[in-house]
Design a protein around this ligand. Structure first.
Ligand code: ADP
Ligand code: MG
Length: 744
């Protein structure tokens, strides 16, 4: 063995005290991260000084100049020498004051920080003075004695050459053009909350201000003047409160966008005790409600002001004060979420047949420990220490399960929902006023049955659990507290769809089939599929007869099917429209034949309640998230495709039937089917079949994760029967798993 040459023995480096100016500059870089952080601090100071008018002027994205002028109480002459020293403030004397602090500032750091990374000049005048004073600061101290000067009421603070001494930061910021946008966005937010203050924000040299608000008693007016009419006219007022010290104490009021509002990005303006903060947990919780409730999955506009007892808010968790920590945050988020949900559903379906009312109990998922603090942005939030038993818990309010991220490299491509069968979702709403439906007591009875049979333990699991991923073709893995469960996705989706049919009864949006499908052919196809022997023609006459009779029956019932269930059959006996049971979800069209046959055979047409129930069940079964008909190409299912490749005409029973049914529906597949002779074409066919199957499976998994589970949290009332029929199986306790992992 070769001996490595001995390394030169190094002396341990000396530890020394950093120069105070270095310490201050490092700290300043944290408080003033970019120009917009400086503007925020300055505007908050102006608000703390009881200003009624605040104007901001910005040059070069804030790097050259930031000027904030207000008409507040000003700064005393004798305070000017220490104004920009670190930890000098007029807002706090002892630590306990933090408990009841109402002002936005309290750390006495902002102005000081600015002097370490820029040139600060303050001009100020206090009430009753004949003249004001102007003084400049560097590195926390005055550069000269304050000079008397003419001044208008209030304070003006100018920061020039921000980050002049931080080359790297200045360079990165110089390249980013969006700092002024950020400043405008910030002022817009302040302007719609502090409606008794006028705000303006202008680029240096520009004639017009980009934010210009005047004090108004109406919040809606303020929103209109800042965000425009297109936002203001699509808002709904929202309020919530709780005063139960054992759960939560808060008041919330605000405005949220309705279903007509369209935007690609969520705008969430959140004030907690008048502080502008961000709360990822709340934002996500509300986005989930929008996705699940509104037909157009537009991102919302939300303005919300939450007030809590000051002692319930820890404002001192972040140097820029953009995060605060709340007592009982999970409960508050849940309560707000359920109020938003019910307001949205009422507004969206205001004419709906009696919707189920939203329960007062928490309707939605808890948040993770990572979300327990309010963070300014996902990237800005620092990880917190969390109890070990919660570390693997993923966020149940986040519809994206964690496992999925690792399974598909490119899940976005499935978002287009380009199903193998061409369906087009109709954007037009169905006619609403055919007949007043609210007096159909049978529907109300069926809905009451659902409520009565709801299993509270399972309800809790459904609402509070986190989707982890699919364990196999039918079972999903869920985490609830510290337990893992396998949940049967087919059973759950069937039940959810059934319940949705009853809730949306007579008020469905429509899925339009791009080509009307003849009922008789659909039924023939289904009957043939039922027959295991494909080649047999002997019963064809009988099948034709059945198909004819069933078509006739459905034609007779078409008016009712259309009016109550949005199943539209035209006068030529073609099916052309189906209901939307869950927004963002289209059923597997390969199951249309089976469904149409089931309408003829299994629905009890005679008695009203039975009829509605069996129809809802038939729809539920059709829309359920069954495994796609083509075998799963990952895992064992791949053999099916290999087998087809090697043993050309292997009889594969049911599966060959499905291929036929696919071919009938998708003209592309039919085309392929016809030219199945040459080997090259055969290969191509196999290849396309395989990729079709891959898409179908990936699409299904996407829907399970992004549509089924978020919707179940909101709408599903799991029946008692699910507690014993294997729909939920508890598989492991995480505490035990931790013990195993800890040993590794
Ligand atoms: P903080 O706001 O945390 O107290 P700052 O460094 O932001 O610390 O400000 C220090 C002090 O300067 C404030 O406490 C306040 O008394 C005073 N001050 C700053 N800006 C203004 C202003 N625009 N009008 C009046 N006083 C101000
Ligand atoms: Mg301040």
């Amino acid at each position: 063995m070769e001996i490595e040459p001995a390394e030169e023995v190094k002396e341990p480096p000396r530890i020394h005290r950093l120069d105070e100016s270095v310490v201050n500059r490092i700290a300043a870089g944290e408080v003033i991260q970019r120009p917009v952080s400086a503007v925020k601090e300055l505007v908050e100071n102006s608000l703390d000084a009881s200003s009624t008018s605040i104007s901001v002027l910005v040059k070069d994205g804030g790097l050259k100049l930031i000027q904030v002028s207000d008409d507040g109480h000003g700064i005393r002459y004798e305070d000017l020498p220490i104004l920009c020293e670190r930890h000098t403030t007029s807002k706090l004397s002892k630590y306990e004051d933090l408990q009841s602090i109402k002002s936005m500032g309290f750390r006495g750091e902002a102005l000081a920080s600015m002097t370490y990374v820029g040139h600060v000049t303050v001009t100020t005048i206090t009430r009753g003075q004949l003249h004001g004073y102007r003084v400049s600061y560097r590195d926390g101290v005055m550069e000269n004695e304050p000079k008397a000067c003419a001044a208008v009421k209030g304070t003006q603070i100018v920061i020039e050459n921000l980050f002049y001494n931080m080359v790297a930061r200045r360079k990165t910021l110089q390249n980013s053009a969006d700092d002024y946008t950020k400043i405008v966005d910030l002022l817009s937010r302040f302007a719609i909350h502090h409606i008794d203050v006028s705000f303006s924000c202008r680029k240096h040299g520009a004639a017009r201000a980009d934010v210009h608000s005047v004090a108004t008693p109406s919040r809606l007016n303020a929103i209109r003047s800042v965000y425009g009419l297109s936002v203001a006219q699509n808002l709904i007022k929202i309020e919530a409160s709780d005063n139960d010290p054992s759960s939560s104490v808060f008041e919330m009021d605000g405005f949220i966008s309705n279903s007509n509002y369209v935007a690609k990005k969520t705008t969430m303006v959140l004030f907690i005790n008048d502080r502008l903060v961000e709360c990822t947990a709340l934002k996500r919780a509300l986005e989930v409600v929008y996705v699940a409730t509104l037909p157009k999955a537009s991102k919302p506009f939300i303005y919300m002001s939450i007030t809590l007892p000051p002692e319930h808010v820890d404002v001192n968790v972040h140097p820029t004060k953009r995060e605060v920590s709340l007592l009982n945050q999970e409960v508050i988020v849940e309560k707000i979420q359920s109020v938003v949900e019910s307001v949205l559903r009422n507004s969206n379906e205001s004419r709906t047949f009696q919707e189920q009312t939203v329960e007062a109990t928490p309707s939605v998922p808890s948040v993770t420990n990572n979300d327990l603090h309010l963070s300014p942005s996902p990237s800005g939030s620092k990880s917190q220490r969390v109890p070990v038993n919660k570390i693997v818990r993923t966020d149940s309010s986040d519809p994206a399960g964690r496992m999925h991220a690792y399974l598909y490299k490119n899940p976005q491509k499935y978002l287009g929902r380009d199903s193998s069968l061409t369906t087009v979702r109709s954007s037009v709403r169905q006619r609403r006023n055919l007949k007043e439906t609210a007096d159909l007591t049978s529907i109300q009875e069926l809905i009451n049955d659902i409520d009565r049979k709801c299993h509270s333990g399972l309800l809790d699991i459904v609402r509070q659990s986190t989707y982890i991923g699919m364990a196999d073709d039918v079972f999903a893995l869920l985490q609830h507290n510290t337990h893992l469960y396998l949940a049967n996705v087919v059973n759950l989706s069937k039940e959810l769809m059934y319940q949705q049919v009853l809730r949306r009864f007579a008020h469905f949006n429509a899925i339009q089939l791009s080509e009307p499908a003849p009922l008789q052919e659909l039924i023939m196809l289904a009957l043939k599929e039922e027959d295991s022997d494909l080649e047999s023609n002997e019963n064809d006459d009988l099948k034709k007869k059945i198909a004819e009779m069933n078509t006739q029956l459905l034609n007779q019932k078409s008016e009712m099917l259309e009016e109550y269930f949005c199943i539209f059959i035209d006068s030529d006996g073609n099916l052309s429209r189906l209901p939307i049971l869950l927004d963002q979800y289209t059923p597997d069209m390969d199951r249309v034949p089976e469904f149409v046959l089931c309408l003829g055979n299994d629905v009890e047409w005679e008695e009203e309640k039975n009829c509605f129930q069996s129809l809802a069940a038939a729809l539920g079964n059709f829309y359920a998230m069954h495994p796609p008909m083509l075998p799963n190409p990952s895992g064992k299912g791949l053999e099916f495709y290999r087998k087809r490749k090697h043993g050309k005409h292997t009889q594969d029973g049911g599966n060959s039937c499905h291929v036929v049914s696919l071919c009938v529906f998708a003209s592309k597949s039919a085309e392929r089917g016809r030219r199945r002779d040459g080997t090259a074409e055969e290969d191509e066919f196999e290849h396309e079949l395989l990729s079709e199957a891959e898409t179908a499976w990936a699409q299904r998994e996407w829907s399970i994760q992004h549509v089924l589970f978020p919707s179940m949290r909101l709408f599903l009332k799991p029946p008692n029967s699910m507690a014993s029929n294997g729909t939920f199986v508890r598989v492991a306790s995480l505490e035990k798993l931790y013990k195993i992992f800890e040993r590794c």
